[in-house]
Each structure stands twice: as C-alpha cells, then as structure tokens.
Design a protein around this ligand. Sequence first.
Ligand code: AHZ
Length: 329
Amino acid sequence: MAPPAATTPFPDSESANIKALKNSIGLNGAVKSNGNVKAKTLEEMESKWDTFAFEPIRESQVSRAMTRRYFEDLDKYAESDIVIVGAGSCGLSAAYMLGKSRPDLKIAIIEANVSPGGGAWLGGQLFSAMILRKPADAFLSELGVPYADEGHYVVVKHAALFTSTLLSKVLAFPNIKLFNATSVEDLITRPDPNGGVRIAGAVTNWTLVTQHHDDQSCMDPNTINAPVVVSTTGHDGPSGAFSVKRLVQMGAVKELGGMRGLDMNTAEDAIVKKTREVVPGLIVGGMELSEIDGANRMGPTFGAMVLSGVKAAEEAVKMFEMRKGERED
Ligand code: AHZ
C-alpha cells in the first residue's frame, strides 16, 4: 500500500529544524557527526515549545544505526550458547534466569510474532488479572512485580504488568538478543553418538517469509548454531508446539501424546516436573510439553509457565556445561 499523500504544503520550509539540518550538512550531503551535543532535561524544555527543535539528522544515519547493529547481532549470535525458541511466559522466564545467572553466555531468543509475550498479556477469557499459584510468587518477588496474596495463590492486577516487567529486564541483559518477527522453521541436527539425532541449533526465517512458503518458492532460511536449544512455543495452534511436531516428522520422537483437557492441579505440577531434555540438545518447557507428554492444560494460571522456565534455565546450564566442548566455531 502506498503511504498517504501529503494534502497540505509543508508549513515553514525554513523552520529552525531545517535551518539546523542545512547548517550541519557538509558538501557531500552528509550530516556532520557531533558527539558533544549537550543533553537537555525535560524541565529545560518546559514552556519553550515555540523555539523547540530536534537535533538534525540525515535519513541514512537512521538506516545505518539500525542495520549496522542488527547485522552485528546476526553475526555475533550465528554461534550462540543457548537458543530459546518462543518468547511467551515460559521462554521469557527461562531467558531471565539465564541472563542473570550466566552473563558469560550468548543467548538468542527467536520469537515468531512482532510482539513478544505469547499468551501472557491477558489472563483467561481476555480478562486483565493474572493468577499464579504458590510457590510461583517467588518469581514475581524476584522481578519486583507487585501482587495481591490470596492464600494459595497470588493475583497480579494486570498480566501486562508481569509481561512488560519481565520483558524489560530480559531485554536489558547485554548477553541476550531477541530476534522477533522471526520464526524457527526447522532444527539443525547432527547424528548423536548414541544413535538418533541431537539438536545443534535453529533454522530461522522472517515470519512473513515463513508464512509464504506455499505461494513463493526458493526462500531459503538462515541458521543459528548452538549446543543447547530450549523450545517453549506453546500448545498446538496456528504456530504452537513447533519443535515437538518437527521431532515427530523427522522420526526423532515416535508420536505426540496430544494436550489433554483442563485440570489445573494435575497440569501445573506435571509441566514443571517434566520440563526436560526430550532429545539430545533440545529442552522443552511450558505448554509445548503438554503436546509431547499428553499432559493436561491448566488454562489461565501461569505459575507452571514461569517455574517451567526457571527449571528449563537450570537444565540448559547443565547441558551447556556438558556440551560446550562440542561447539563448532
Ligand atoms: O509466537 C509464539 C509465542 O509467543 C512463539 N512461537 C511459536 N512457534 C514459534 C516458532 N518460532 C518462533 N516456530 C514461535 N516462535 O512461542 C510463544 C509461545 O508462547 P505461549 O504463551 O503460547 O506459550 P507458553 O508455554 O510460554 O505459555 C502458555 C500459557 C498457556 S496455558 C494455556 C492453556 O492451558 O490453555 N494457554 C496458554 C496460552
């Protein structure tokens, strides 16, 4: 779709903004770099909006500032220590624990959606509050997310408060890169010395490309090597249970158990207890596990998702320590 056309002329072609830009542009049309622009406080701007102007910029500077960093990240994380597939409540909880406990590891998170967070922006039936059964309140205290204590369970007033706090902390870790709008569309495999395969990384593509393999041809993917992959892609659905479904297709797992009906008490304990390495190199956590194990679903209680993430992080570190010698770079 074409961008909307301007319907009114530019009001002041010699605005302070444009004059500043012209002054700062050299003969070749490039904006001269100025590393010593004095920072202004919001108080200094207050009531001075008539004389207000942004610092000048050339469009290519914006382009380069984004693309240089993105391509540096693609280069850096092409060999990762741990790849987390899916940034829902389980994947983000695992990422938080890993980012905090192992600042020495390179951790890539691949999230198919533009917006990370999976099903954790709302509680059940699109209501706001998020319920977590104890002892998952320990993770909220760790994050500093406030909650109401209701005895056996706690209530966060809005699920988005939990998810935005968790996300902001995960994104701030210098050793974690979130590649969102990017899908894992296959797994890298190697023959395992004990027979079968081990998982050795993730095969990625822009999600928009992944969605168009049926109507466009030859759109080959990209790859990330890693000795440990943690898959937390949720239960089956338009994009869920990705890794376990792929394991069945490639014969690494015989069949899926299929997620069973809702039973909060049974489901949550089972998901945390069974969070594990399902084939060498691949740990599965969160609701993706219900599909392989034939476990119940729990619906709108999130304690198992965060504690499955905490356990997946612990398992990932153990597996990394065992396998780091196998890194191929
Ligand atoms: O976009 C997905 C979501 O953010 C992402 N994802 C799925 N397939 C992917 C792929 N590549 C990259 N191939 C992919 N990303 O994985 C994330 C999964 O988040 P989620 O919230 O669906 O899963 P979770 O296991 O963290 O939490 C599930 C919470 C529950 S329980 C439940 C029920 O019992 O009904 N329903 C939900 C949503």
